[in-house]
Design a protein around this ligand. Structure first.
Ligand code: NAP
Length: 271
């Protein structure tokens, strides 16, 4: 496992995404993933599986302090009445005293973001989280966030078809990291001819090529979701080879600014 060093913290560069893994399947997937060597798990209030993720961590012999756990606060909770109770509810469901990273899941209005950022500071003070960050924030919103809380991360969609150069430049300049969600384009990246050629060249799977391309970039972590144990094992097996510089560039050249996660509440991305 590679660890990213950011602001005196060590973040495992590869994590398990848990969106749409629910019930016992989720508990088993998390506990099995920790047994496989995963040390970074991603959940959210929105996923409705915090209890199952927490149960998976409890069921595993891995020590709590060796797991890097992220959860995210729903935008509708960015108000004085609901924010702190929602975080306390997440901890109750997870059956944990703290998470490692607490994110604002999607930006709200600047006013709502400001209030939520203030309350992220309260969460640090109360020991509810070690680090705080945001998700789906534009560079303008990120700049604003930095002025109000010690945000360390922006979790955004990132894969070969969607460049995040602007956000990456900004994050690197501030010793922050990017967590890449939808890294495998939901598995569709395996159909890409260029990625297939690289997979043949390196005798790896297409998914491994793309995940290696992500974690080989400075300040980048990736959180592929895999309900299947085989996919989870494949995705973790990327730390014993390196992509040549020209092959890294070949994958950067696949960019088409193509975004797959773009709900009605998304921000104006280019601002
Ligand atoms: N912050 C946000 O707004 C946001 C938005 C979207 C996602 N996320 C986070 O990011 C995580 C990952 O994103 P995602 O779930 O949207 O998409 P993804 O990780 O790109 O794709 C997951 C899909 O790819 C398949 N897969 C996994 N490994 C594979 C492999 N080695 N070979 C072939 N197929 C493979 C999985 O199959 P199986 O499950 O059958 O193994 C699943 O169907 C989420 O689970 C969530 O934690 C965050």
């Amino acid at each position: 496992m590679k660890f990213i060093s950011i602001q005196n913290h060590k973040i495992p560069a590869l994590g398990l995404g848990t969106y749409s893994i629910n019930g016992m399947e989720c508990t088993d997937a998390v506990s099995n993933a920790l047994g496989q060597g995963y040390r970074h798990i991603d959940t959210a209030q929105m996923y409705g599986n915090e209890a199952e993720v927490g149960a998976g961590i409890k069921a595993s012999p891995t020590e709590r302090e060796d797991v890097f756990l992220t959860t995210k606060v729903l935008t509708e909770n960015f108000n004085k009445r609901d924010f702190m109770p929602s975080v306390e509810d997440s901890l109750r469901k997870l059956k944990l005293d703290y998470v490692d990273l607490l994110l604002l899941h999607w930006p709200g209005t600047d006013e709502a973001n400001k209030l939520a950022l203030d309350l992220l500071n309260t969460c640090i003070d109360k020991g509810y989280t070690r680090m705080v960050g945001v998700s789906n924030f534009t560079t303008r919103q990120l700049q604003y966030a930095r002025n109000h809380a010690p945000v360390i991360c922006n979790q955004v969609e990132y894969h070969p078809y969607l460049s995040q150069q602007k956000i990456l430049d900004d994050l690197r300049a501030h010793d922050m990291f990017l967590t890449a969600y939808r890294p495998l384009v939901k598995g569709a990246i395996a159909e890409d001819k260029t990625i297939q050629q690289l997979a043949e060249k390196y005798r790896r799977t297409a998914g491994q090529i793309v995940l290696r391309w992500l974690v080989q970039q400075p300040n980048v972590a990736a959180i592929p979701k895999a309900a299947s144990a085989k996919n989870r094992a494949d995705n973790l097996n990327i730390f014993d080879f390196e992509l040549a510089k020209e092959d890294m560039q070949t994958i950067f050249n696949l960019n088409k600014n193509q975004r797959f996660v773009n709900p009605g509440w998304a921000p104006e991305w280019d601002k």
